[in-house]
Design a protein around this ligand. Structure first.
Ligand SMILES: [Zn+2]
Length: 138
């Protein structure tokens, strides 16, 4: 297993990488940023339709901010900095819209299920939903 040892521990460094605090933060950013695809894929397979869960935007936001700080304070690379400088804007916007949509959902008085905004009938039990004027439409 000499080759494995060589692969994992190369030139006196784990994975051949010279580790420091910024390297840890940069790699953590990579892991968080990459995990969002797995979360989104899982949600889509589960529902058998394309779904982008709020967790996807949270992972995007946290991952991109970690990578941005790595680019800013460790790499000082203008290309790398620009790549992550503004991505947090749509992530935060999407999180706000997600939250508004969650707030606008209708609670069924019959079974307690949360139904999409403006639905007339409960998607779980079929009971008619009464919309309260002014409260639910954003
Ligand atoms: Zn119901």
């Amino acid at each position: 297993m000499d080759w494995l040892e060589h692969l994992v521990y190369r030139n006196g460094h784990f994975l051949g990488i010279e580790w420091g605090w910024w390297k840890v933060i940069g790699w953590l950013g990579n892991v968080v940023f990459f995990s969002r695809f797995i979360v989104q894929w899982y949600a889509t397979e589960k529902r058998k339709q394309v779904v982008v869960p709020a967790a996807f935007w949270w992972l995007s936001l946290v991952g991109s901010l970690l990578l941005l700080s790595y680019a800013l304070f460790s790499q000082h690379d203008s290309v790398f900095i620009f790549a992550y400088a503004f991505t947090w804007l749509p992530y935060i916007r999407n999180l706000i819209i997600h939250q508004r949509h969650a707030d606008a959902q209708l609670g069924c008085s019959g079974c307690g299920a949360l139904c999409p905004p403006k639905s007339n009938f409960c998607s779980a039990c079929g009971v008619g939903l009464k919309t309260l004027p002014g409260k639910l439409q954003h």
